[in-house]
Design a protein around this ligand. Structure first.
Ligand code: EPZ
Length: 419
């Protein structure tokens, strides 16, 4: 349980960690690279540890030196993957392409719905089918097998982030040219492409959300690569500063270019932000917040992963704000939890919510199941006069590196009682 004693007045500077959504697919893509690779700026979070646990089952050796992770894939063995561990994280979907390429078949638990939506994987399966992988459902599992064939292919990635990443990993080793149409171009997708290009892959991106992959004889390894910093974490801290800083706070590694749309929305809400120098952004405390409307979208639109933290900013706006969540139908459900703090809001339909006038957030014990909404609860706790308890803290360490430590370093009176 997390206890936030009272209203925070944060000061100083924070450094953003490596991106969770880049780190996960990158670990799997490294299975395509024969020997050693060093990944720098890797976030030390539970989901990465679980992934390392899973790949050590197939004899991938790894070691940490602070946030540098060295992987050695020289002795990969076709051992049985730990089903229970795979079942723990949805992102195990990234296993599909590298394991299929190396072992020719895989059986994983079907990644059913999660708290934010049904999250179908039809785009993944259709893309794999296009390159001669066949799949069948066996009770709660899905079994995929087949052998890659050469030839040119056009694949529809339906703007799905993980389906695009899976297709890049699957086709970078397939003979022929592959064109991914409607490809997602989120910063973590680009980071994965940069890793493979550093390994001599031939991948080009064009403005029509198209990714063109041409087969190369060999991918190299024995190099080091920097994982991109987490623009979602940076955006989350910007909202905390606007609401809970003493005066202003500087964010290093702020990924300003990736957050253009989000920062424009902050400015529209009268939050003052200033680019100090390369990727360092100063965010000022905002006393008077203007009510605005947000609509989530694929990159470079407003990130759905910042929707719930942004809703807390909207609870402090003078007037009526509207949230339109386009991608995930259940991602507004967390708002009902805010009603415990007497926030005036209406969940108009699964995609739309209206938040009314400034709310003086009341004492409450909060919880959430969606990790981004969980973070929104922490922000709400940091701006209320009352002591707030937030349960299910163990989740936060899955996606955020040393979150409580970072806030404590900024004078937040926050304590994790681990209970
Ligand atoms: C990635 O999930 C991220 N996860 C999510 O971050 C993020 O919210 C999401 O992209 C959108 O940006 C990781 O990168 C590990 P999608 P992903 O496939 O790839 C529909 C977080 O908070 N769809 O781009 O699973 C889907 O239902 C997490 O860090 C299909 O219909 O998302 C959704 O409406 C949560 N069929 C839309 O596409 C498919 O086969 C976008 O989903 C695949 C997706």
């Amino acid at each position: 349980m997390l206890k936030v004693k009272w209203k925070a007045s944060l000061s100083w500077e924070v450094k953003i960690s490596g991106s969770k959504n880049a780190a996960l697919p990158i670990i799997w893509a490294c299975l395509l690279l024969k020997w050693k690779i060093k990944l720098k700026n890797m976030p030390k979070i539970k989901d990465v540890e679980t992934f390392l646990d899973i790949i050590s089952e197939i004899w991938v050796k790894y070691s940490w030196n602070k946030n540098s992770l060295s992987l050695d894939t020289t002795n990969i063995k076709n051992n049985k993957l730990d089903y229970k561990k795979i079942k723990k994280i949805r992102a195990s979907i990234f296993l599909l392409s590298p394991i299929l390429h190396i072992f020719g078949n895989i059986k994983i638990p079907f990644p059913w719905w999660c708290v934010i939506w049904r999250r179908p994987i039809d785009s993944h399966l259709n893309s794999l089918k296009k390159i001669w992988y066949n799949y069948k459902y066996i009770w709660d599992d899905i079994e995929i097998s087949g052998k890659l064939k050469s030839g040119d292919k056009i694949i529809n990635s339906s703007f799905s982030v993980s389906a695009t990443e899976n297709s890049i990993i699957a086709n970078v080793v397939r003979k022929g040219q592959t064109i991914l149409k409607n490809a997602a171009l989120e910063p973590h997708v680009i980071n994965l492409i940069d890793l493979l290009k550093k390994a001599w892959a031939d991948i080009k991106i064009n403005y029509l959300h198209e990714i063109v992959i041409n087969w190369v004889e060999e991918l190299r390894s024995d190099f080091s690569f920097e994982v991109v910093s987490d623009y979602i974490e940076a955006g989350t801290f910007m909202i905390i500063w606007a609401l809970a800083s003493k005066e202003y706070i500087d964010i290093a590694n702020a990924r300003i270019s990736d957050l253009y749309t989000f920062i424009e929305k902050l400015k529209e809400a009268w939050v003052k932000v200033k680019d100090l120098w390369w990727d360092v952004l100063r965010v000022y405390k905002c006393e008077k917040i203007k009510p605005i409307n947000i609509q989530t979208n694929i990159f470079p639109g407003f990130p759905t992963d910042l929707q719930s933290p942004f809703a807390i900013l909207q609870t402090q706006a003078n007037g009526m704000s509207r949230i339109h969540e386009v991608l995930f139908e259940w991602r507004l459900n967390f708002l009902v939890e805010l009603e415990k703090m007497w926030v005036n809001l209406v969940l108009a339909n699964p995609h739309e919510a209206i938040i009314f006038w400034p709310n003086n957030l009341r004492k409450a014990t909060l919880t959430s199941w969606d990790l981004r909404a969980w973070m929104a609860m922490v922000i709400a706790a940091l701006i209320t006069e009352w002591k707030t308890k937030i349960t299910k803290t163990e989740y936060i360490y899955r996606w955020y590196e040393d979150f409580v430590g970072k806030l404590k370093a900024l004078w937040a009176d926050i304590e994790d009682t681990k209970g």
